[in-house]
Design a protein. Structure first.
Length: 105
C-alpha cells in the first residue's frame, strides 16, 4: 500500500512517536501548524471520516481519548484543538483518517 501513514504504522517510514497503543499511534507532524502538532492515527486503514462504518465507533472514541491523554501528558491540557479534515475540499491531504492535536499556544 502506498499510504504514508500505513508505512509509519508498519515502521517502514520513521516518525517521532509520542504514543503507540494496540489500535492507535500518535506522532509529531513534520509540518506543524501549531507549537505542538501531533497526529493521532488509527492503525487500521480508513481513507476518510466519510468512509467510517458503524463498527468503527470504538476506534474513533479511542482516537479522541488518546489525544486527550497526550495533551495531559504533554502538559497542555488547559487548551488545545482537535481537528479532523474530511476530503480534499475539507483540507485532508493524506487519505488515512487522522486527528490533528494542536496545542502549546
Amino acid at each position: 500500500m502506498n499510504c504514508i501513514f500505513c508505512q509509519i504504522v508498519s515502521k517502514e517510514q520513521s516518525a517521532d512517536f509520542v504514543h503507540e497503543g494496540d489500535n492507535v499511534i500518535a506522532f509529531k507532524d513534520i509540518r506543524p501548524s501549531a507549537p505542538v502538532h501531533i497526529l493521532v492515527v488509527p492503525k487500521k486503514h480508513i481513507d476518510s471520516i466519510k468512509n467510517l462504518e458503524e463498527g468503527d465507533r470504538d476506534l474513533v472514541s479511542e482516537i479522541i481519548f488518546t489525544a486527550k491523554k497526550i495533551a495531559k501528558d504533554q502538559k497542555f491540557d488547559e487548551g488545545y484543538k482537535l481537528v479532523f479534515n474530511v476530503g480534499r475540499k475539507g483540507g485532508q491531504v493524506v487519505d488515512h483518517v487522522h486527528l490533528h492535536l494542536l496545542g502549546g499556544f
